[in-house]
Design a protein around this ligand. Structure first.
Ligand SMILES: Cc1cc2nc3c(=O)[nH]c(=O)nc-3n(C[C@H](O)[C@H](O)[C@H](O)COP(=O)(O)OP(=O)(O)OC[C@H]3O[C@@H](n4cnc5c(N)ncnc54)[C@H](O)[C@@H]3O)c2cc1C
Length: 444
């Protein structure tokens, strides 16, 4: 599609949308509704046919990828509409550790300083065995002066990103239920309440179970054999921990914690399990199970778990999908493109899923804006070039995250003692381990 046909996408101050941030798309304003009738006949049993509402850029999913993409586009002068299935921004959840590549993106889109002021800078990393013995410690700046590590509350990150958008940009209760190609190269999106939107460009940011990825031919992500409990300990009078990431490695079991803010500490416990098992909704049962796994481990960890409000505890089966060359579909198909977990779900072993979703957002927005503004290149080419540029970045990282997870979840006692007594104390070097965080998205 040539850029000219998208000129209306540029933000026009006089353009008005109908809806407030917290409302769903009203069905009666999405296009005219009418019934086929014959004069003089009763009409009640005839079907309702709704014209589709026309949109230029629709982003599906108001997670990190969706909101960061919308903010990046907005900064470059392009307006988009974000559809989110939930009734509000995800307020639950714990925290995410963001490395310097993630912070560069947050700076590029203008929210870095605001977030930095709320979250502690993490100075280093300590690795212990399950009996509390220190195996190794590192200082991030000793390895790389430019490294920046902070754990950020997911809720605050989402709210900060959403606050950058013009009012009425995010539509809640708007679950995508069907997607299809329509005439003229546009894409038809159908929502759970029957609303239909015809979009020139669709950006799928709908997470690991992305219906858009499925429609594009991607297989479901694969369970990797371990699950993670996560929680956010709360210390109203101040938490007592040094600003370090703490890891404890056991056999087929590992745990960790990282201070987030002066009053909050994030923790996780990762354990092997042959299948994800049934979903547990009772948070006190989740806490009980998590504590049971590490009951003889260092007391600090159990203390943080005790300080954790039940409603912040979650259990997640870990999954990924490796984007094998010549086998996996490309990131885009025509004017539909995937960003973040929808495209490259990876295990959290490198702490890079959200960082990469942020990187994707800026790279895609820049290419899309250039195509629209210059009019000299097509949108399809821009989306395809985004996929080609990002694939060599995300494919090796997904593989590495998977391998690191397998190594750390080993159960064999001999292998675990070699890992704890030789590899970690003598062989591991933090610099090369974190070389993937050197990615610099450049200012927008
Ligand atoms: C245990 C664990 C720990 C992690 N730790 C880190 C870390 O330390 N650092 C890091 O960088 N990353 C980490 N990650 C990865 C990170 O959480 C993800 O990569 C990141 O959340 C991806 O963001 P996203 O926006 O692509 O997807 P999501 O955050 O899943 O957002 C998708 C959004 O789409 C919406 N949606 C889905 N389907 C539809 C639909 N049909 N219609 C409308 N809306 C829809 C959802 O409701 C959701 O709001 C971790 C992941 C796990 C599981």
């Amino acid at each position: 599609m040539a850029g000219d046909s998208l000129s209306s996408v540029f933000v026009n101050p006089s353009f008005s949308l109908y809806h407030s941030k917290a409302r769903a798309l009203p069905r009666n304003q999405c296009g005219s509704s009418w019934r086929h009738t014959e004069p003089g006949t009763k009409t009640t049993s005839l079907p309702i046919i709704r014209a589709a509402r026309k949109e230029d850029i629709v982003i599906v999913g108001a997670g990190i990828a969706g909101l960061a993409t919308a903010v990046s586009l907005h900064r470059l002068g392009l307006r988009s509409l974000v559809l989110e299935q939930a009734e509000s921004l995800r307020t639950g959840g714990t925290s995410l550790t963001l490395f310097k590549n993630g912070w560069r993106v947050l700076d590029a889109i203008g929210v870095g300083s605001e977030l930095r002021s709320q979250f502690l800078e993490i100075q280093g990393m300590v690795i212990k065995s399950e009996d509390g013995r220190e195996l190794r410690s590192f200082k991030f700046k000793d390895e790389d002066e430019s490294q920046e590590v902070r754990a950020v509350e997911r809720k605050v990150l989402l709210e900060t990103l959403a606050d950058q958008l013009p009012p009425d940009s995010v539509y809640f209760n708007s679950k995508l239920t069907n997607i299809s190609k329509s005439e003229g190269g546009e894409t038809m999106l159908e929502l759970v309440d029957g609303t239909r939107l015809s979009a020139k460009i669709v950006i799928g940011c709908d997470g690991i179970r992305s219906p858009i990825a499925k429609w594009m031919g991607f297989p479901d992500p694969k369970y990797v054999g371990h699950c993670a409990f996560r929680g956010l300990g709360f210390y109203p009078n101040g938490q007592p921990f040094e600003p370090k990431v703490n890891y404890i490695y056991g056999r087929g079991l590992r745990a960790g914690c990282v201070p987030v803010s002066p009053t909050k500490v994030y923790w996780f416990v990762c354990f092997n399990r042959s299948s994800p098992g049934p979903k547990i909704n009772d948070p006190s049962e989740l806490k009980k199970q998590a504590k049971e796994l590490v009951r003889n481990w260092p007391a600090d960890l159990l203390n943080i778990m005790d300080q954790t409000p039940d409603d912040t505890i979650i259990r997640t089966p870990l999954v990924d999908r490796l984007l094998w060359p010549a086998i996996s579909p490309p990131a885009s198909s025509g004017r539909v493109v995937l960003v973040g977990d929808a495209w490259h779900p990876m295990t959290p072993n490198l702490g890079q899923g959200a960082c990469c979703a942020l990187e994707d957002a800026v790279v895609l927005a820049r290419k899309l804006a250039n195509a629209v503004k210059s009019g000299s290149s097509s949108v399809e080419d821009a989306l395809s070039s985004y996929g080609s540029e990002r694939w060599p970045r995300v494919f090796p990282l997904s593989i590495r995250a998977n391998l690191v997870g397998s190594l750390l979840q080993w159960e064999n006692p001999v292998v675990c003692s070699v890992r704890n007594d030789v590899v970690i104390p003598k062989l591991v070097r933090l610099g090369p381990l974190l070389a993937h965080t050197n990615f610099d998205c450049q200012p927008l």
